[in-house]
Design a protein around this ligand. Structure first.
Ligand SMILES: Nc1ncnc2c1ncn2[C@@H]1O[C@H](COP(=O)(O)OP(=O)(O)OP(=O)(O)O)[C@@H](O)[C@H]1O
Ligand SMILES: [Mg+2]
Length: 512
């Protein structure tokens, strides 16, 4: 018998003639966690869809050995029955159903008369969550009641309830807070000690370092290498992923900073469900021409609410004043913001950023379609040359500009959303965690692009996911904590992660 629980050998997969996987090997021992690394579009998610039979046997090439036997599964049901459970990169919960209904979807416990046994279902679901130290989640509430991070943990609980021998986690932490990430990593470690194997996909290489026993790296659909984690430092993994050394992760470039362009005065946002609660409380700041203003703070501090309010996209009640070059603006919708030269790349690309069924190219030109339209006709040549330039500029990996954007890898969808918001050539560009789920190489390209844009005179407000990123890129840093502005710092040598964190957690009264 082989040492391996799973051996995938020479896997190939094409989409309309384009090879996404070109002979990839992946091996997992029982109870082992394998980190699967590679740039956006390398083929990680596709590889896992082959394994879990999202792409059934016969639609790909190569061999899968599972517990020493060839696996020829025709559906996810079959792979789940064999003990292979996948948690996809994009969440698959049904928002209107309760937490318990989602966990037991398609395998609800029944009463003797064949009806769904809701009492049992709720009790079992609550127990499952309590065992996973998520007892605070109420299984009788609709999933939509919970934020992205908690939904991700619910999805994981659901997967675990299926008695997995191998759990596949495809970027599970991209929408989790630091503490939720810690819960998740602890869960995976618990599982490992109980003998469950896992394949863990993440662009956060510190997580791979912490959790994986070995690492497999793929690039452009090809196998690059496999090694025990003890033999690899993070820069080694990066080198394998991108095929070259990347010593400088933050390509900061000097650029001139001019006069104040935008002023936000007393921005306040009320909670949608509970208008007595302020998500953003009286925040004022100014932004200069050519400046990169970083917004730091813990998840849930009100950063997204603040930037959405400026962009006219905050759904609840809000107040405050916005001045562009001294003139007061009234912005009631994103459309008006765009007209005034303010564009935003939203945090949640699935909800606000893209039209999934539409081609990559048309998604990019969606916000400027009027520019190509004369007396009702679209000048397609001009549109396509614009699309071509945009795709090259951010090196968006797509078989064709006509491919529906939903088929792009996660990180490449993100790049397309950024391109879309650059087309109206804004004066002020707001980016809400644009590098989430984006690989190291593409992050570098996004930063490079930001510096090129500020050199052309654009001003950028960016909500950052990670503190090293805030310090590596911003000219100035605003720190938001519990909806309040708790710091406004020039980013010089004296600004450290500790100072930002301390500001974020220190209420104003105390600081004074
Ligand atoms: N249904 C599809 N039709 C056409 N091309 C596809 C389809 N699904 C995936 N691809 C292509 O296959 C390649 C691999 O994509 P995949 O989603 O596996 O990448 P990934 O490594 O998971 O990237 P990311 O880190 O961005 O999630 C990409 O070039 C993608 O555009
Ligand atoms: Mg992926």
């Amino acid at each position: 018998m082989s040492d391996y629980l799973l051996e995938m050998q020479g896997i190939t997969k094409s989409f309309s003639g384009v090879k996404a996987l070109d002979g990839i090997d992946l091996r997992v021992r029982s109870g082992e966690c394998v980190g699967l690394c590679g740039e956006n579009g390398a083929g990680k998610s596709t590889m896992m869809k082959v394994l879990s039979a999202v792409y059934p046997y016969g639609t790909w090439g190569g061999t899968i050995l599972w517990e020493g036997q060839e696996l020829r599964a025709g559906s996810i049901r079959e792979t789940e029955a064999a003990g292979i459970v996948i948690i996809h990169q994009e969440l698959m919960l049904v928002p209107q159903l309760t937490v318990a209904e989602n966990i037991f979807l398609g395998r609800e416990p029944r009463t003797k008369s064949g009806l769904i046994d809701f009492d049992r279902m709720n009790i079992d679901a609550q127990k499952l969550l309590s065992d996973l130290r998520m007892g605070h989640i109420n299984v009788m509430l609709p999933v939509s009641h919970y934020a992205g991070g908690e939904q991700q943990l619910i999805e994981i609980a659901k997967a675990l309830s299926k008695n997995a021998k191998l759990l596949i986690l495809d970027e599970p932490t991209s929408s989790l807070t630091k503490s939720e990430t810690a819960i998740l990593l602890r869960l995976v470690k618990d599982l490992k000690s109980r003998g469950t194997a896992c394949v863990y996909i993440s662009h956060k290489l510190e997580e791979i370092k912490e959790i994986a026993d070995s690492v497999t790296v793929i690039r452009d659909g090809r196998f690059v290498g496999e090694a025990p984690i003890a033999q690899l430092a993070i820069p080694d993994i990066i080198r394998m992923m991108v095929g070259r050394d990347m010593s400088n992760l933050f390509p900061r470039e000097p650029h001139p900073i001019g006069d104040v362009v935008l002023q936000a005065i007393g921005i306040t946002c009320l909670d949608i469900d509970n208008p007595t609660r302020k998500r953003v409380n009286n925040v004022s700041f100014s932004l200069r021409q050519g400046e990169i203003l970083g917004i730091a703070g813990l998840v849930g501090a009100g950063r997204t609410e603040l930037v959405s309010a400026i962009f006219g996209a905050y759904p609840g009640q809000h107040s405050g004043e916005l001045r562009l070059e001294g003139k007061t603006l009234r912005i009631r919708s994103p459309r008006e913001a765009v007209r005034h030269g303010i564009c935003m790349v939203p945090e949640d690309r699935k909800l606000h950023g893209i039209v999934p069924g539409l081609g990559v190219g048309h998604n990019i030109t969606l916000s400027v379609l009027d520019d190509f339209t004369q007396s009702g006709l679209i000048d397609e040549n001009r549109e396509f040359s614009t699309i071509g330039t945009a795709i090259d500029r951010l090196r968006i990996k797509t078989a064709s500009p006509l491919l529906a954007i939903a088929n792009l890898s996660g990180g490449n969808q993100q790049k397309a959303v950024i391109s879309k918001m650059l087309e109206p050539k804004p004066r002020v560009l707001i980016l809400d965690e644009p590098t989430r789920g984006v690989d190291v190489g593409a992050k570098y390209e996004i930063y490079k692009l930001m510096f090129a844009l500020v050199k052309e005179g654009m001003s950028i407000i960016m909500v950052f996911s990670e503190l090293p990123e805030v310090l590596g890129i911003s000219d100035r840093v605003l720190v938001i904590g519990e909806g309040e502005l708790r710091g406004d710092f020039i980013n010089d040598e004296t600004l450290t992660q500790e100072r930002i964190l301390t500001a974020a957690i220190t209420p104003l009264r105390q600081a004074a």
